[in-house]
Design a protein around this ligand. Sequence first.
Ligand code: TPP
Ligand code: MG
Length: 550
Amino acid sequence: MPEQMTTAEAVVATLVAHGIETVYALPGIQNDHLFDALYKAQNRIRTTHTRHEQGAAYMALGAALATGKPQAFAVVNGPGLLNASAALLTAYAMNAPVLALTGEIPEGDIGRHLGHLHELRDQAGLIARLVDVAAHIRSPAAAPRLVAQAMRAMQSGRRGPAALSCAIDTWGTRGDVAPQAPLAPFGPAIDEDAILAAAKRLGNAKNPLIMCGGGAQEASREVTELSAMLQAPVLGYRRGRGVLDSRDPLSVTLPLAHELWAKADVVLAIGTRMFMQQQKVFTAGPWGIDDDLAVIRVDSDPTEPGRVRAPAVALIGDAAPILRRLIDALPAHNAKRRSRRAEMTRRQAAWRKRLSDELAPQAAFLEAMRAELPEGGIYVDEVTQVGFAARLLFPVYRPRTFLSPGYQDNLGWGFATALGAQHARPDVPVMSINGDGGFMFTANELATAVRHRIPLTAIVFNDGAFGNVRRIQQDVYGDRQIANDLANPDFVRFGESFGAAAERAKTPKALRAALKRAFRRRDTPTLIEVPVGPMPNPWKYIFLPRVRGS
Ligand SMILES: Cc1ncc(C[n+]2csc(CCOP(=O)(O)OP(=O)(O)O)c2C)c(N)n1
Ligand SMILES: [Mg+2]
């Protein structure tokens, strides 16, 4: 039955019908009708406001990554949208379902360059470069369908962000609106010939290897079964970590996977761009591919597998159902396999020892963190020394519990993203690690954590520097140091001034004790400062040389 409502009310009603529970938001006059609609719908949808638009957008991103479900944020046009844009860019790079709702200047004046409040020339064109699916809402009647289409797009094929804009006057326009149920996600049927081809290749493989990217996060059970059937080691580097439990002897981190890569004959690459294997990174790599290596790609984006090099087999669609079919088809072709348990346990231990020795300061802090963070607790990464080591050394037990920013690697994403993860998952502790440089990008959102009682635990490793930049200037540029030293607040007093719990921990042991206290607080954020010195260089274990092909 159509009902009379404003465009804003129609959008909110449709978001609610799609299971959106929270809008992360920062208000402003262009969106006043939207916030009025959110006010009226308070018992069905929460509005969680932040102190800067990037905080709102990163919170939506964190909530999406932690839950795997679509999330929404609302900001004003122009500066509000631009403030949110780095998070939107990151959501795109991470294939995260984040919906941006943004205002616009009066409908009739778009494109006339009159200089309205917050006017941004060709805002729609700018948004189109940030997301794959964007629409401009022109009437209340059109709103539900556009919301439903955006929601469907965010959950179909290659996942990713979407954006909806609406002019200041249109938000308030009343009209007849018909309710809109969610649209079924779309995707191709599973290609049975390709499943058979993949099953034969994998079944006959002598040294199979599985590689997981972010697209494998929903296929943990299937990857675990396949790995056991094939006795195939599984690499998860950043976005693929936790798909196979780190405690499984077949779960390997980057340097061991690189070693295995040299001898692999069939690789099953699931939801990964295979960037390091195919691309030179600065002066290292690619790992290389030659004719003795058959690559099977599983990807929800049909354009991804052949982008650099045509694979032997491409399986297009969501990973979990495809892998389930592969599990069914494999036994008819699978070789009899000896357990690699002992071998992999030994090789893992050797790498763990080497990395823990060479990256000792980072490893000791990571060990303290893992000891306290419960099995289902969520670790949120940053572009910082302990973070780089975590990508190699931090054991991860479950999918969606290691959130690492993907190829944007944008400094400052961590704290606000972790805030969103903790907001969306109040049932588990979330731990955000930060450098002193990155933390100050969104440290203002401590106020948001206190205001909304979000019990996030944030650790700041304080070396008084953009440490990574400093080390590069020391090592590569003859110690000509510029723009890397930081004047910091007293982080403990800073945290306390917001009303957060705060303390300083100088050793891994002290950090462990501080984390124990922090994870017990369930309605207050905690800030833990860890003063550190320079840390050993992790990069030679991350940017690895070519081991095959030419
Ligand atoms: C948005 C963004 N700006 C700049 C950089 C470049 N960058 C990478 S690491 C880094 C310094 C990080 O300093 P800090 O957060 O203190 O971590 P540390 O290396 O000292 O542990 C910078 C500036 C980046 N990755 N992202
Ligand atoms: Mg630093």
